[in-house]
Unconditional design. Structure first.
Length: 435
């Protein structure tokens, strides 16, 4: 497998080392009150059913009679330390879906020294639906903000993408492998646990699999929706395809063009800063890797209808998508979370059922198969987080501070826990026209 050139990674000075605006404006913890007291009582009951120890810095212990651990004979548990109980309970009590992450960013809690953060979060993710009473889901909008997730209109989509992907090419390069792939890898084995050295070939295996699924070969006209940093376009062009790749991230487009030029493939690849809704032409294959999560439910019909319109007769579609079970998607789709506020504004994970229903109703496309890679993503995220923390000095030198470090660490560990628990999944989904 050919290593791909990173080329020049320095972003333009106007955007270099730009942390998200929200990362520098972490709200102060609200005053402790009845909500904080109620939150502590609720969490105490929750922790009794989860094999995790929660210790307060002032000596208090939550879930001291941990029923799950006792029933299974567990003596050593992952441990969480709440260093500022008043602030922690006040934040979580004010906004359960945002406060936990904000409290971690504020260093009000952390995993104990001998506990990995994802190990501490995974048991909660495994039991999430059972831990939260059904009445909470019915009343959740009384305590959770709604209507704050920005829409992915043409103007809004550009702003939402820039907020995450235009942070700094150097920052992403610090923890990604040589392919600069920011999506789930596909390892040849998960036993033993993949190492950093196995990540690059696993990323290329993922890319090759999605190109194979779309039937990309010499002479294929390929549309890629969501460029990333150019690896998929390079691999497709190396097969002899002619590639058009569209993105809303100027930072990614700039570096992708440099990498494509370094590979000697500029004559085969066009990288355009263009909304997928503005794309015209006819293509034998349409591919997209983990971009549908940024489309927004309101625009899913338009997204698939545009793909349908652009696909030439006999063409094939392959997308890699992070997925929720359909009932979870329906229950949470209008909820504004920490992930929306700090990481992916405008984002929403689809379900495979939703993809089937939308394509059936609005297009001639039909889902023909899917390969699921959830455990592979858990290991991908683990390797990214380990690398990010190991490379923190170089990231900090770009101008990012400790609040950003904790934000990014929580984001990667939180997602890893979700994939480890099976609460979220990822799949390469194949689509073609009926008949």
């Amino acid at each position: 497998m050919t290593a791909l050139p990173r080329t020049e990674l320095d972003p333009p000075p106007s955007r270099a080392a730009r942390a998200p605006s929200t990362a520098g404006q972490l709200p102060a913890a609200p005053r402790s009150g009845w909500r904080a007291r109620l939150t502590r009582s609720f969490l105490d009951r929750v922790v009794r059913r989860v094999p995790v120890s929660v210790r307060e810095a002032d000596g208090g212990v939550l879930g001291a009679r941990n029923e799950t651990a006792r029933a299974n004979g567990v003596t050593a548990l992952p441990e969480i330390v709440i260093t500022d109980p008043d602030a922690f309970y006040a934040r979580v009590g004010r906004s359960p879906m945002i406060g936990l992450g904000e409290s971690y960013m504020a260093a009000e809690w952390h995993a104990a020294d001998d506990t990995d953060l994802a190990d501490a979060l995974t048991p909660f993710a495994e039991r999430l639906t059972g831990l939260v009473p059904p009445v909470f889901y019915r009343l959740r909008h009384l305590v959770m903000p709604t209507g704050l997730n920005p829409e992915n209109s043409r103007r809004g989509a550009r702003s939402n993408i820039e907020a995450h992907y235009d942070l700094s090419n150097d920052m992403f390069a610090a923890f990604l492998d040589e392919t600069m792939s920011y999506s789930s890898a596909w390892f040849d084995t998960l036993d033993p646990a993949p190492s950093w050295e196995g990540l690059e070939p696993a990323q290329l295996r993922k890319v090759d699999a999605i190109l194979d699924a779309a039937g990309v070969a010499a002479g294929s006209r390929v549309l890629e929706i969501g460029t990333g940093w150019g690896t998929l376009a390079i691999r497709a062009a190396e097969r002899g395809a002619q590639v058009t790749s569209v993105t809303l991230s100027r930072e990614q487009a700039d570096l992708a063009r440099k990498r494509i030029a370094a590979a000697g493939l500029s004559d085969r690849v066009e990288v355009a800063v263009r909304d997928y809704r503005e794309q015209e032409g006819s293509f034998d294959a349409v591919v997209s890797v983990e971009m549908i999560e940024a489309v927004g439910e309101k625009y899913w019909p338009e997204y698939f209808a545009r793909i349908d319109r652009l696909l030439a007769p006999g063409g094939r579609v392959a997308i890699q998508a992070i997925l929720l079970e359909h009932d979870r998607m329906v229950a949470t789709r209008n909820t504004y979370t920490w992930m929306h506020k700090y990481i992916f504004p405008g984002g929403l994970l689809p379900s495979l059922q939703a993809i089937r229903e939308i394509t059936t109703e609005h297009t001639s496309l039909r889902v023909t198969g899917a390969d699921f890679l959830g455990p592979h993503y858990a290991h991908t995220l683990r390797l990214w987080r380990e690398r990010f923390l190991a490379q923190w000095d170089s990231v900090a030198a770009l101008g990012f501070g400790d609040t950003f470090r904790r934000m990014w660490e929580f984001y990667l560990a939180y997602c890893e826990a979700g994939f480890r628990a099976g609460y979220i999944d990822v799949a390469q989904v194949r689509l073609a026209r009926e008949g």
